[in-house]
Design a protein around this ligand. Structure first.
Ligand code: UDP
Length: 307
């Protein structure tokens, strides 16, 4: 089962398992996931789709559960912050209860947002974070932190087979062009010669991981030795400023777009880079796709769907 399987990473994860010959049940309420992604996955005979909210999770017998259900782009998860918080918390409870009933392994897609505005750089898993508990990002950040808590408490109380990954910024084909994230915004602005919207002075940093690398790590974590629960960082340690990203997108699209500077959203983290020592050691994993190649693939995708 992949909750949130119609979303960006969820789509790639479903596809990866379907190509393996596995049966996949995708559960998605399509609030930020896309019906087009579901339609593409329907070409695989092992695929089934249940349109449902993880808050009302259907009980289906499964042996692996990936819990990706939650809008992840700031403008999306801030539209209905109460529902976002409930999705994180009740969604986690529901997948954990289902895992208990089925004896399944359940993997939580946690996030680099648990580190908030980090005071330690790069971020390693032992860092406990610096999160605003009542800001506009809190519904997501604190929701995801609470979900981690529930995962470890179920493991301690019931012996539930859990895995927790903390996913850093991920990009690639099948991102939703309108979801407001930086890579999709910049590419779509560049290929239309529209102004590229830098928030603040563009000096804030992120570390962007190509989606095939992220999915590889998630699957490796699911299949890792039973006593390795995580949390484990999954991301690309190559850190760049948002301004540099804008320049790279301009160069690679040959765009005539101007850079324009817009207001920086509240609580926007200044720096973000994963320490992936643990993933290297436990999962024998490191990202393989450099940002230049990943951006080219992503540009080609957005150009293709533009027609
Ligand atoms: N950002 C930007 N222009 C945009 C969208 C985002 O400068 O059109 C910045 C945003 O302020 C943040 C970074 O890019 O510093 C990454 O934003 P995104 O929403 O992709 O993910 P986040 O890491 O903030 O969750």
């Amino acid at each position: 089962m992949v909750t949130g399987g119609a979303g960006f990473i969820g789509y790639h994860l479903c596809r990866r398992h379907l190509l393996n010959g596995d049966e996949v049940v995708c559960v998605d309420n399509l609030s930020s996931g896309r019906r087009e992604n579901v339609e593409e996955l329907k070409q695989f005979p092992g695929f089934s789709f249940i349109e449902a909210d993880v808050i009302d999770l259907p009980k289906v017998p499964v042996d692996r559960i990936y819990n990706l259900a939650c809008p992840a782009s700031p403008p999306y998860y801030q539209k209905d912050p109460i529902h976002t918080a409930m999705t994180c918390v009740l969604g986690a409870k529901n997948v954990l209860d289902l895992a208990d009933e089925c004896g399944a392994v359940v993997l939580q897609a946690s996030t680099s947002e648990v580190y908030g505005e980090p005071l330690i750089h790069p971020q390693m898993e032992s860092y406990r974070g610096n999160v605003n508990p009542h800001g506009i990002r809190s519904c997501y950040d604190e929701g995801k932190r609470m979900a981690e808590t529930l995962f470890f408490d179920y493991n301690r109380m019931h012996g539930t087979k859990i895995k927790v990954v903390r996913i850093f910024n991920t990009y690639g084909p099948y991102m939703d062009r309108n979801d407001g994230r930086v890579v999709s915004n910049f590419i779509n602005q560049a290929i239309r010669d529209l102004p590229i919207t830098l928030y603040g002075d563009g000096g804030q940093t992120r570390s962007f991981c190509y989606v095939s690398d992220t999915v590889e790590a998630i699957v490796r974590m699911m299949e890792s030795e039973e006593d390795f629960l995580g949390p484990v960082n999954i991301g690309n340690p190559a850190e760049i400023t948002v301004r540099r990203l804008a320049e790279m997108v301009k160069e690679r699209t040959g765009s005539a777009s101007e850079l324009c500077f817009c207001e920086l959203p509240q609580d926007d983290p200044t720096r973000r880079r994963p320490d992936i020592t643990l993933a290297k050691e436990k999962l024998d994993w490191a990202p393989a796709v450099p940002i230049e190649k990943g951006l080219d693939e992503t540009v080609a995708y957005f150009q293709r769907i533009r027609e």
